[in-house]
Design a protein around this ligand. Sequence first.
Ligand SMILES: C[S@@+](CC[C@H](N)C(=O)[O-])C[C@H]1O[C@@H](n2cnc3c(N)ncnc32)[C@H](O)[C@@H]1O
Length: 287
Amino acid sequence: MIGHARRGSADLVAGTRRDPLGEVRTSWAKLGQTDPLWAVCVDHSRRGGRWDPAQLLASGRREVGDAIAVLDRLGLCARRERALDFGCGVGRLTAALTDHFAAVTGVDISAPMLAQARAINSAVTRCTFLSNDAPDLRLFADGSFDLVYSSLVLQHLPPPVAARYLAEFARVVRAGGAIALLVPERHLRTPRGFAYAYAPQRVIAWFQLSVFGYPAPMRMHALPAGRVKRVVEPLGARLIASERHPGYGGHWRMAMHFVAAPSVPAASHPAPSTPVGQPVHDDVRSG
Ligand SMILES: C[S@@+](CC[C@H](N)C(=O)[O-])C[C@H]1O[C@@H](n2cnc3c(N)ncnc32)[C@H](O)[C@@H]1O
């Protein structure tokens, strides 16, 4: 089933009329239209459609295999029925997750990314791709997933928006499950690392567009372990480990944060309680 959560007044930042996802939605639609495989896994030698889809998917299988090995070592997420791939892009990791889980749901804000995901993974039967452009996961009931996996996504969101999704991950993961997040945890001490960390977003966006020729800006924010803890631990989840990750970093030090689910799902979004992927509000439609 294909669902799509539309924005409503409840999704606007409290006290303002500003849409917290406006710039994110526009950028990722453009990135998905122009060069989706490059945009999900930025490698300058693969610009202009030069990622081989098979190699991209193989990188996803390696990443997921490594993450599953860590979950096993930490004794997390023993049940492997349902996984959520939040910010699935072209499904680089969604299909790989079906090697370990009975059913996997990929969610993304970008329609062109989802179109690519469905095309590239058309032979994979146990994954479903859903559109969600709400700043929460009302699309899913509490405790819907054994694993919430999100790779290379939260750093591209304004920090309060990322924190809200993180709280939603703690709600939609079931007791005994886990959350795994691959993000930059700090900038490197390179000129571009410092620029990314300290320059205003509009200056970074200008450089990305005008100097590096990006089709649209990609904002970048580090998500260190301390910030993950501050969001999830009051909700009853526990940060168990933050492991250095070698890949994709560029000017960032990357980490995968592993979080154990709360023993009862966190109530960060008012209580939808229908099965996974079923619409829970009037403003959710299938199609
Ligand atoms: C760098 S790509 C990573 C894709 C995928 N996780 C991977 O590693 O191959 C970031 C993805 O997050 C998606 N995204 C950005 N903001 C989002 C949001 N608020 N909700 C869902 N997806 C979002 C983008 O459309 C894009 O596909």
